[in-house]
Design a protein around this ligand. Sequence first.
Ligand SMILES: [Zn+2]
Length: 129
Amino acid sequence: MTNKQKNDPADKLLTLNPITLAAQRAARADVKRDSIILLALVAAGVLIQLALIYYGFANVLWIIIFLGILYLISNWRQWRAYTKHELHCPYCTKPLTNGIQLLKRPGPYCPHCGEIALATGRQLENQKT
Ligand SMILES: [Zn+2]
């Protein structure tokens, strides 16, 4: 087993107290719900790109700008959900976010102690309240 496999969040059993479990479930539900909005933005962006191609204004720069905006929005919605639900590390109890960082996606590890702090979707579903 490699180091990467040993550190895979899905392999480590993360037991959360009921408050942390509820907060992580709520944050995950928010991110999931926002995915519909992101999907609508993708659909609108594709339609706009097709219109630009049809009217002869197609440009690779527009596509790069569009994809960059989608990436920033995707990161923002994840950070916003984690900040809104005040997720804390189950090990050191420090907050998992220090504000929104648009250029970086939130990871499963605690920025303070390095432990895996976010449960996977399967772990959240399987844990009893
Ligand atoms: Zn921690």
